[in-house]
Design a protein around this ligand. Structure first.
Ligand code: ATR
Length: 275
């Protein structure tokens, strides 16, 4: 069997093995996907292990997405721009890094869009690695405007400045974001606030949001965060985070096998586990 896996720390709760192994089976591929707990100071050794053992493909998760780049032979353009890799392809010992988080996010929201991204004003809440990936993907898709709100405003500024010339946008504090919510067509929650077990927390109040606004959260455990539930109650259209998780996995699967897996099947595996 061909070997695949995920490296991270912690990695014990990752659902990637469940969805990839189910998809390998579904596609009748002779392949197995494992979980590998890799401490920060063992990352270089782990990447050499991928080469030595001939592991064909690897997902990279927290805290290695940025640091892994130094150990790879090639990094594709989008991943380089994001400064983060979540997918490694091993082709005859040559390791190439990709990032499917941002593109996966974009795929996951496509079915919900009722106007072109070029006509949309978007607000990203948070300025960590996930926010950067989503920002980059939205910027590539010629989104009309992308503002970034964060507790630490300098981090939001660092993301926006990279695209200064190409995409209109500004930074806001979380308080400012609360006041200006009515301006946006799409609001994207990318912080860790609301993740299980802190399921009652949300990063900002949605009091000023307009009905019909598209609201998305990248957290998928719980399936519906307090933020998403609040948005729903205010008449917003909501996009729960499971879609991004599924699509980043599906795009990794495609990098490795050349085939797109069954999205519905992947989603059912996740919902079953979390349900
Ligand atoms: P990831 O790579 O998963 O996006 P991260 O880089 O740790 O994670 O980023 C976490 C994001 O959640 C940041 O935007 C962080 O805000 P700061 O940049 O100000 O640290 C935000 N965040 C986490 N806990 C928060 C809290 N209690 N209140 C406000 N923002 C929070």
């Amino acid at each position: 069997a061909d070997l695949y896996g995920i490296i991270g720390c912690p990695v014990g709760h990752s659902m990637s093995p469940d969805i990839h192994n189910r998809s390998f089976k579904d596609q009748k591929l002779d392949a197995v996907y494992h979980r590998f707990h890799v401490e920060k100071d063992q990352l270089g050794a782990a990447v050499n292990g991928i080469r030595a053992l001939g592991i064909k493909g690897v997902n990279v998760t927290i805290p290695h997405k940025e640091n892994v780049i130094a150990y790879l032979d090639h990094v594709d353009k989008t991943a380089a721009e994001m400064g983060a890799v979540n997918t490694i392809v091993n082709l005859d010992g040559v390791l190439t890094g990709y990032n499917t988080d941002g593109p996966g996010y974009l795929e996951s929201i496509k079915p919900f869009l009722t106007s072109p991204l070029s006509e949309m004003k978007c607000l990203i809440i948070g300025a960590g690695g996930a926010a950067r990936g989503i920002y980059t993907a939205l910027a590539h898709a010629q989104t009309g405007r992308i503002d970034v709100a964060n507790r630490t405003k300098e981090k939001a500024l660092a993301i926006i400045q990279e695209y200064d010339a190409a995409v209109p946008g500004r930074t806001l504090s979380l308080e400012e974001a609360e006041c200006h919510l009515a301006e946006y067509h799409l609001v994207i929650q990318t912080t860790s606030i609301g993740m299980s077990p802190n399921i009652n927390d949300q990063p900002i109040s949605l009091e000023n949001i307009s009905e019909g606004t598209l609201v998305s959260d990248i957290i998928y455990n719980p399936i519906k965060t307090a933020f998403i539930k609040d948005a729903e109650q205010r008449g917003c259209r909501v996009i729960p985070g499971v879609g991004m998780f599924i699509y980043q996995a599906a795009l990794s699967f495609r990098h490795w096998t050349g085939k797109m897996p069954d999205i519905q099947l992947m989603e059912s595996v996740v919902l079953e586990k979390l349900g």
